[in-house]
Design a protein around this ligand. Structure first.
Ligand SMILES: *[C@@H]1O[C@H](CO)[C@@H](O)[C@H](O)[C@H]1NC(C)=O
Ligand SMILES: *[C@@H]1O[C@H](CO)[C@@H](O)[C@H](O)[C@H]1NC(C)=O
Ligand SMILES: *[C@@H]1O[C@H](CO)[C@@H](O)[C@H](O)[C@H]1NC(C)=O
Ligand SMILES: *[C@@H]1O[C@H](CO)[C@@H](O)[C@H](O)[C@H]1NC(C)=O
Ligand SMILES: *[C@@H]1O[C@H](CO)[C@@H](O)[C@H](O)[C@H]1NC(C)=O
Ligand SMILES: *[C@@H]1O[C@H](CO)[C@@H](O)[C@H](O)[C@H]1NC(C)=O
Length: 344
């Protein structure tokens, strides 16, 4: 039960694109992330790259003028001239900057949304469905499907479990690792076909792919992109940028919750606060036993075992859960961790 989907999931505030990746993440942490994404994100990412090479001139405060530039234009001339006379190209630095950006394939470029698929949207109620086995025998399906916007994680299967998890899907995330874990890295036609079926069943939903976060991720994302284009699959792709991770971590930090690496579930909740009036969480339960001390599967749909607080895990699920539980008690969101009331 991963606080829903876990994995290497980092990403972006406005469900948009960012295709620059930075070797040194901390460099961009000081950037404001309020931009609307898209081209703006790229531009500010480029600015932050620039700042790497030129720290003395970084202007964090937009309203002030660059610290090193003198008011008088005389002195500007004076400063540049001697510098340019001994200017030489720094190949090392140029390559370093190039390496910290990435090439975008034609396929990815075609699938990049021009505007956020959620721009200007607001929903009365949203369900965020985590993948915990606590959903099994919950009969929450109908209640989940009744929400105006339903978010799911990591391409979790729904059809066979619809009584407990529902079917409606407006946004589903997909960590690249899912291709390996659930679709055998598409080794043969059988698995390609399986993935294809699953993608077809999304029927116009937003497919949210944190593409650039993990090693080996890019290649798998390219496979998926290729399938989507080749088979004209009706999904709306979104590729969050790394900036979302920082924004989300910063958000929780200001609330005194120290999250190392937010799970997809927590990212989704944080995101949903921007476009949902009321948020209902299902399938969030990072513990091996349920409230009645019965064993709970990590995922409702597979036999994956996982240590919720294991050293290996980059996530801190129990900590996240505690934060969500507090919000539940305060009435900011509703957590459902057992059966649903109106179950039929
Ligand atoms: C930003 O610059 C303005 C004008 O120079 C100044 O009043 C303000 O205090 C600065 N803010 C920060 C955070 O430095
Ligand atoms: C240089 O600055 C002076 C005032 O300090 C101004 O009158 C002049 O137009 C400036 N020249 C340029 C090229 O900006
Ligand atoms: C060129 O860039 C490298 C890597 O950033 C840096 O270590 C080196 O000092 C630079 N050389 C000059 C002459 O500025
Ligand atoms: C991007 O493409 C160029 C030219 O094909 C190649 O030289 C470079 O290594 C690529 N960069 C990355 C980060 O893949
Ligand atoms: C594809 O691979 C799986 C094992 O991962 C195997 O069971 C299946 O028979 C293979 N299908 C084909 C068509 O080769
Ligand atoms: C796909 O979505 C359309 C419009 O949202 C809907 O009318 C249709 O019934 C859906 N098809 C399936 C198989 O869910």
């Amino acid at each position: 039960m991963p606080l829903p989907c876990r994995g290497w999931t980092l990403a972006l505030l406005t469900l948009l694109v960012g295709f620059l990746i930075f070797a040194d993440i901390s460099e961009i942490e000081e950037e404001e992330s309020g931009s609307s994404g898209g081209r703006g994100t790229i531009r500010s990412a480029v600015n932050s790259l620039h700042s790497k090479s030129n720290r003395a001139e970084v202007v964090i405060n937009d309203s002030s003028s660059p610290a090193v530039v003198d008011r008088s234009n005389e002195s500007i001339k004076h400063n540049i001239k001697p510098a340019s006379s001994k200017w030489s190209h720094n190949q090392t630095l140029s390559l370093k900057i190039r390496d910290s950006t990435m090439n975008v394939s034609q396929n990815l470029y075609e699938l990049l949304p021009r505007t956020s698929p959620l721009k200007g949207k607001q929903f009365p109620t949203c369900a965020i469905v985590g993948n915990s086995g606590v959903l099994l025998h919950s009969s929450c399906g109908p209640e989940i499907d009744a929400h105006s916007f339903v978010i799911r994680c990591n391409l979790a299967p729904v059809q066979e479990y619809s009584q407990d998890v529902g079917m409606k899907t407006d946004l589903v995330t997909m960590n690249p690792s899912v291709i390996q874990r659930a679709f055998e890295d598409l080794v043969n036609e059988t698995w390609r076909e399986k993935l294809l079926q699953r993608l077809h069943s999304l029927n116009g939903s937003i497919l949210w792919i944190p593409a650039f976060m993990a090693k080996g991720g890019k290649e798998r994302v390219e496979w998926v992109n290729e399938l989507i284009l080749k088979h004209h699959i009706n999904v709306r792709t979104a590729y969050p940028s790394l900036r979302l991770l920082h924004a989300v971590r910063g958000y929780w930090l200001t609330n005194k919750v120290h999250i190392k690496r937010p799970t997809t579930g927590l990212l989704m909740y944080t995101l949903a606060t921007r476009f949902c009036n009321r948020i209902y969480l299902y399938g969030f339960w990072p513990f091996p036993l349920d409230q009645n001390q019965n064993p709970v599967k990590y995922h409702y749909y597979d036999s994956l075992k996982y240590g919720y607080t294991s050293q290996a895990s980059p996530h801190t699920m129990p900590l996240e859960f505690k934060a969500l539980k507090t919000l539940h008690q305060q009435g900011a969101l509703k957590l459902t961790v057992g059966e649903c009331d109106g179950a039929t």
